[in-house]
Design a protein around this ligand. Structure first.
Ligand SMILES: *Cc1c(COP(=O)(O)O)cnc(C)c1O
Length: 370
């Protein structure tokens, strides 16, 4: 055998030709943009602003100290599942599957239904990952527009279901980025009309008393999805999906065996055992949400939409200028003016701690008055 010559990297790269190797639809995508928030008041990503108290942090430290990181994690995470089941009082008839964030569950669902003819359906505007992940899984996505007040268009949705027979429908409840909960009777009509799976994404469940949990035993096509991210553990990537065993067992086959790390499993259990702390934080966030909502609504020209989540969507003249102005004041929120035609002049602010909300309100008062 000849001794290998060092290769010319640039020449070899040209021969390899990324254009022939990577799918054209992926090359055409822009990477999911997470703007840098270094040193800014971060009100863009629906995080809980409060750190964990010292007692829980110490308990976390002691737990991590004793973990066997040389071993693979428990594949079905029984201790964590028990903890989640107890927390949400899940009926024993419902099965549960865990994801590395609910984003991964969305991906598993999309892969599980991906055939050349399959359709995934959602409403628009809603959580962008439904659409994004469908594209990555090469499943056609049909988005049905909401009404201009962001309520469900029942007739359009039922018409689209009859026309496209979606394998999977996603409905976020409350919806992101609009903050409202959809009409329950229309959602039930969707569950009845659809012969595919209907995922009710309750990512914002901590901030609203509404839930589809009680319907779990009633509709064999209903799946309920939740996450710890908005509750206060966005850094622990953990989402869970509940529903009939017959469906969940199939999704299990798509799950990578060790998708929830030893660290995530243990950390989630330690914090959830003392979840009263998180519930107090949630109460404070809901209280702050109402305060910020009233303050924003009092500004001339600003329209604030009702929210049952930990953020507020609002419409303001010259939204792009306001967004840039806030950034110059060191405050990062989300600019949705280009996201969908129904969101023209709309911005979304995550509810933060009192001093963060005050900084946001002082800055926007200056900017709107100008
Ligand atoms: C934030 C959000 C999620 C993502 O949750 P992760 O568990 O952090 O992946 C899912 N659905 C909706 C509607 C969200 O807003």
């Amino acid at each position: 055998m000849r001794v290998l010559q060092p290769i010319d990297f640039a020449q070899k790269a040209k021969e390899m030709n990324t254009g022939n190797v990577i799918r054209a639809d992926i090359r055409a995508l822009a990477a999911y943009d997470v703007p840098s928030a270094d040193g800014m008041v971060k009100l863009d990503a629906m995080e809980n602003p409060f750190p964990l108290p010292p007692g829980i942090r110490e308990a976390l430290g002691r737990t991590v100290e004793n973990l066997a990181l040389n071993r693979y994690p428990a594949p079905s995470a029984p201790a964590l599942k028990r903890c989640l089941r107890e927390m949400m009082e899940l009926p024993s008839s419902a099965a549960m599957i865990l994801g590395n964030g609910s984003d991964e569950l969305i991906q598993m669902l999309a892969l599980a239904v991906a055939t050349p003819d399959a359709v995934i359906m959602g409403v628009e505007p809603s959580f962008v990952m439904f659409h994004m992940i469908a594209r990555l899984a090469r499943v056609r996505f049909v988005g049905v527009p909401l009404k201009s007040d962001f309520s469900l268009d029942g007739a359009a949705l039922l018409g689209a279901i009859a026309e496209h027979r979606p394998a999977l429908i996603f409905l976020a409840y409350p919806n992101n980025p609009t903050g409202n909960c959809f009409d329950e009777s229309i959602m039930e009509a969707v569950l009845k009309a659809s012969t595919g799976l209907v995922v009710v994404d309750e990512a914002y469940y901590p901030f609203t008393p509404r839930s589809f949990k009680r319907h779990l035993g009633q509709y064999p096509n209903l799946l309920l999805m939740r996450t710890l991210s908005k509750l206060g553990l966005a850094g622990v990537r953990l989402g869970w999906l509940c529903g009939p065993e017959a469906v969940v067992n199939e999704i299990e086959k798509v799950r990578l065996p060790y998708n929830i790390s030893v660290l995530d499993q243990a950390a989630a259990v330690v914090v959830l055992e003392q979840r009263a702390v998180l519930q107090e934080q949630v109460q404070e966030i809901v209280h702050q949400r109402e305060y910020v909502r009233l303050q924003l609504a009092a500004l001339s020209g600003v329209e604030v939409f009702p929210s049952e989540a930990n953020f507020l969507l609002f419409r303001v003249p010259e939204a792009a200028r306001i967004f840039d102005g806030l950034r110059q004041h060191g405050i990062l929120i989300k600019n949705l003016t280009q996201a969908h035609s129904l969101l023209h002049d709309c911005l979304r602010v995550t509810v933060g701690a009192s001093e963060e909300n005050q900084a946001f309100l002082s800055a926007i008062k200056l900017l709107v008055g100008r």
